[in-house]
Design a protein. Structure first.
Length: 124
């Protein structure tokens, strides 16, 4: 399989902000699914054109785009985290799954909603 995935979007993980301490489940997005989502839904290419760009069949791109859309819908509807295979933040220690006190809105710093008692007490 000759997929042209170089130079695609950089991977990041996303987690619900509410009740994240209760969150265990996650969906995993694969690089080929992210590439299909980028080309079709973000850049606006037709499936045939996206398949040519990635070097796959139209059937393969159709399967990838439907799978990634289903996974994202599952995460939003059911409050699951979205993890991306090859996420670069995980290796730097900035993964929201590893440290729930990190705030993505404040550059990975401590979340202003967290109080000193919540940081020391996992039960809140």
């Amino acid at each position: 399989m000759n997929r042209a995935l170089r130079g695609g979007p950089s991977g990041q993980c996303y987690a619900p902000q509410c009740n994240s301490h209760e969150q265990n489940e996650a969906v995993m997005l694969l690089p080929e699914e992210i590439a299909a989502l980028d080309l079709i839904d973000f850049q606006g290419l037709e499936q045939e054109a996206a398949a040519v760009v990635l070097g796959v069949s139209r059937k393969t791109i159709w399967r990838d785009i439907h799978e990634v859309r289903h996974k994202i819908a599952d995460a939003i509807i059911n409050g699951k985290s979205i993890q991306m295979e090859g996420c670069t933040r995980k290796h730097k220690g900035n993964c929201p799954k590893r440290d729930e006190t990190l705030c993505p809105k404040h550059g990975g710093g401590r979340c202003p909603r967290m109080t000193d008692t919540e940081e020391g007490d996992p039960a809140g």
